[in-house]
Design a protein around this ligand. Sequence first.
Ligand SMILES: Cc1cc2nc3c(=O)[nH]c(=O)nc-3n(C[C@H](O)[C@H](O)[C@H](O)COP(=O)(O)O)c2cc1C
Length: 335
Amino acid sequence: MILETIKENPFLLAPMAGISDIAFRTFMRGLDASVVTTELVSANGLQHKSERTKRLMKICEQEQPVGIQIFGEDLDALAYTAKECEQMGASFVDLNFGCPVNKVVKKGAGSAVLKDLKFLTEILKTVKGAVKIPVTIKVRTGWNEETKNAHAVSNIAFNEGITWMAIHGRTRAQAYNGKADWEYIKDVYQKSSLPIIGNGDLTSAELAVSKVEGSYCDAVMIGRGALKNPWIFKESIAKNNNQIFNKETSVLPLIKALYDEYLNHFEEKIAMLQVKKFGSWFSAGYPHSAQFRQKLFSAKDPEFLWDTILEYFSELNLHQQSDTSHEAFLMGGHG
Ligand SMILES: Cc1cc2nc3c(=O)[nH]c(=O)nc-3n(C[C@H](O)[C@H](O)[C@H](O)COP(=O)(O)O)c2cc1C
């Protein structure tokens, strides 16, 4: 069923630690992201009853279909956590084999698993054996340029009954440098029996649609692109169906909806902080955005925050956005 969903709408939201929380995921589903995934949660953390881990795993009905992403190097902990994901109502459990962060790879988890395909196979067998819901994986193209192995990983995953493989088109060694290698993704897709979701640097609807139409992959995951353009999913769907997408006339209702979603799930202090972050990202490429951001981050109470947001976004002509995709933007993450 989840494969039907991504066939109908091949534009998924990528998991982003510290960003794709329950409120943002629900908001993005409302803006037509086809499927959403939690940020990575530690299987060891859950087994040790960490409250933080449990909070990160919380999902709600409105955001379905939603997957919970887990990582770890301990087979028992991974099986235990996958079962917990199933019990919590996740539509699928996603295994993170892409995290490049030292703290994670030092323990042999995240992208370090790509160096040991025997261990990767064991993880897949264990997690598949633990749950009935679909199991998916998210990988990098390989550990480094010399050992790129997404072809081999996709064969193993297919044999183990994994539902799809998402590939961020960079090696672990690249971190967030250079460009995502879409030709490599295309090659894996064309030789793979497993559904492939391509990911990396899709900063516009045009780019996202070009990968789907150009047979680079079955579907795409969009991460940072959705932070500067919250309409990217609606726009991509329209373009993919040869329809014209008319941007709404104001970003204000969106920011208000996002704030309300945060208040549904978090205390006011967190809602304010998140709206400051998103408000500043949504302003990227518009005139005077630097001054706006400065004022926005100085807000200490909701009244000042909203006055600042209203003042800036009411005056904004949404057609005046310049392209900022060449600028470095969030060059670090867990996948
Ligand atoms: C701030 C941040 C946090 C991230 N956290 C995760 C994560 O928890 N799990 C994961 O698989 N990938 C994570 N990623 C990687 C993204 O899912 C995605 O693979 C990467 O950003 C490339 O896609 P994009 O260019 O569309 O952003 C993160 C990326 C960023 C920028």
